[in-house]
Design a protein around this ligand. Structure first.
Ligand code: PMP
Length: 399
């Protein structure tokens, strides 16, 4: 048989999918499973989104569209990012992709040659490492453990940027930790970025509508507008509007980068379908009740999760302030046993928890932090308390 390309060998199946698949199998076998594993919003977009999609279908041209995104979508996105706090951007600063994941992949292709360095903080979203591996970039991980609330410090960033990486990839609010950077923290990191002009900065901020406790969403360019010629903001309809399957991602950044992504689009995807474009326009420019209500709901669920985890002796959970994830440090369990099953690490912990209690969580090592596990709390509230109670029970049964 002919050989596959080496880059495929470098791509690993997602650890999140592995645990979700195991949970699905157990469920199919009749087990009562509560899944805290997948980071998919459990709500649908507003009716106006469906109405716009239906209306678009009724006069669909069936033609290819713009590589950069239809003007109506770009204009709706411009208004959306202005409301977030970005100013002075025009259509020429924008481009599209099939979801933020595709946008990030395009950016990696556009900005990184083989052997170039990319740096990002751990815990990180699993796909960052995979995308870097696929394009053959070298990864420098900045470790940000629970003792520093999983947040990158200016000193760490300064040290990483001294190596002159081509790209610094930043994620706020964070998947998997739910951490959100305050205006002051963003400003302090932006001051460091200004000192290192050789590095592109990607801010993957697709959870920007889910920020709790009045912290607000902040970007480096709000603090230091001169960074606009190096910062690329990534957004998506997936989490904000409950539209992960519609696959629309966008960037706002320097013209030269938007152009490069558009060129890649012309070779990879050509354009987004008209019906999808219409739905995304409706989401960005229509009533914003759905994201607002979901944000309040997730803040309430966050309180339940933090309270339950806080009551487990030895488990520390830095308080998430955004997205829908919690990332407790579970290392107190390592070296102990559950009904005779020895638990040496996070992977064995999550496997034993799923087997014994039917609760699916994702091992932290998938995100570069093997002391922790990720809880995604998008499940119905009725499952949340019982799931957390089972985790507490599991800890209580360790010896
Ligand atoms: N970035 C982060 C941090 C994510 O968590 C996800 C989805 N889980 C994405 C990007 C990709 O989102 P999309 O559905 O827009 O591809």
């Amino acid at each position: 048989m002919p050989q596959l390309a080496q880059r495929v060998g470098r791509a690993k199946p997602s650890a999140i999918m592995v645990i979700a698949e195991k949970a699905k199998q157990l469920k199919a076998a009749g087990r009562d499973i509560i899944s805290f594993s997948i980071g998919v919003p459990n709500f649908l977009p507003g009716e106006h989104v469906y109405a716009a999609a239906r209306e678009s279908l009724s006069h669909d041209s069936g033609q290819y569209g713009s590589n950069r995104g239809a003007e109506v979508l770009l204009d709706a996105f411009l208004k959306h990012i202005e409301a977030l706090g970005f100013s002075g951007y025009t259509r020429t600063n924008l481009s599209i992709g099939i979801g933020a994941k595709h946008v990030l992949y395009n950016l990696a292709e556009a900005l990184l040659d083989e052997g170039d360095e990319i740096c990002f903080a751990a815990p990180y979203w699993t796909t960052y490492r995979d995308i870097a591996d696929i394009v053959g970039a070298k990864v420098n991980v900045m470790h940000c453990g629970p003792e520093q609330n999983y947040k990158l410090t200016p000193t760490q960033l300064d040290a990483a940027l001294a190596r002159k990486p081509r790209v610094f990839l930043f994620n706020n609010p964070s998947n998997p930790t739910g951490m959100v950077y305050t205006a002051g923290e963003i400003a302090a990191l932006a001051d460091v970025l200004v000192k290192h002009p050789d590095t592109w900065v990607i801010t993957d901020d697709i959870y920007n509508s889910m920020v709790f406790d009045g912290i607000g969403y902040h970007n480096f360019v709000f603090a230091r507008p001169e960074l606009r010629d190096r910062v690329i903001f990534v957004d998506s309809v997936s989490k904000t509007y409950g539209m992960p399957g519609w696959r629309v991602g966008l960037i706002a950044g320097p013209e030269v980068v938007a152009k490069a992504v558009t060129t890649l689009n012309s070779n990879h995807i050509t354009s987004l379908p008209e019906v999808i474009t219409a739905a995304a326009v409706a989401a960005f420019s229509g009533p914003q009740e759905v994201p607002r209500a979901r944000c309040a709901e997730f803040a309430g669920k966050r309180d339940i999760v933090v309270a339950a985890l806080g009551a487990i002796p030895g488990v520390a959970c830095p308080r998430p302030q955004g997205a829908f994830y919690a990332f407790p440090d579970i290392s107190v369990a390592f070296g102990k046993s559950h009904h005779g099953t020895k638990i040496n690490n996070d992977v064995e912990f999550c496997a034993a928890l799923l087997e014994a209690k039917g609760v699916a969580c994702v091992p932290g090592s998938a995100f570069g932090e093997p002391r922790a596990m990720r809880i995604s709390y998008t499940c119905p509230t009725a499952q949340l308390q019982p799931g957390l109670a089972r985790i507490a029970e599991f800890f209580a049964e360790l010896n």
